[in-house]
Design a protein around this ligand. Sequence first.
Ligand SMILES: Cc1ncc(COP(=O)(O)O)c(C=O)c1O
Length: 294
Amino acid sequence: MSLPFARPDIGDDEVEAVVECMKSGWLTSGSKVQEFEAKFAAFTGAKHAIAVSSATVGALLILDALGIGLGDEVIVPAMTFSGPAMMAHRLGANVVLADCLPGSHQLDPADVARKITPRTKVVMPTHFAGEACDLEALQSLCATHGVLLIDDAAHALPTVDKSGDRVGSGASSLATFFSFYATKTLTTGDGGMITTNEDWLAERIRPLRSHGMSRPVFDRYSRLGASWQYDIELHDAEAARRSHALWRSALGQPAPVRTRLPQGRGVQHGVLRQRRHPAGSDHAARRHAAGADP
Ligand SMILES: Cc1ncc(COP(=O)(O)O)c(C=O)c1O
């Protein structure tokens, strides 16, 4: 007998959605990702849902945003996937293993209590195999010791914890990360999501996923007055206003008419259009200027 590694349930709707996306020409994070984030936040009940490329990256961004680094200790279950623990290690923290409960796959709060030291900064349990770990007990333990609680929900979509809250709602932990890897209950091939109720944490995490940029590229290019073109034109308009004033005061003459870029054309395309390459030649700059005159 052979068991498939994963058997995703992909129907016509999914295929059509992907084709629609490819035809739109918008291939990086855009309106679809924003829509997915909004739906995910509504589903879990969390205030913020932040899409990332995997659960492992989700763990990395949360730990990084919390300033976890050299000499800090992060407690993880002895039985879980290694990726998130490796991210703590990668940031310079010491990974401390705590036991799981006999007869269950979940982190044992009593063993976590034994492992907490003054250097412990984070406890990072996993909701193993679709069951919730004892978040309530871990939350009260963390509160007592001033330790942060973030949970690995790679297996827990959807899962409800002992208090009846959906895992990822932010009711019992500071932040949660999910996986959309091929074998998960909801898959995007590779992908992940962070949820949190904390505005300050979401504000730190969002730029970390995009080279430190505070506004996603979709917002910069799709919202009126928010694009790079707008910024440039604003400076251009200001320069024109000043030169008009100078012209008038210095020469006592009417100023020349200023030409404007055509509506909707990016300034960067205007620059690229000036670069010509011989007919029939193939050049990365020509390809890069897709949408501009060849
Ligand atoms: C418990 C657990 N956490 C994290 C991950 C990592 O997920 P990803 O592949 O999205 O980084 C996995 C992957 O299987 C997992 O099982």
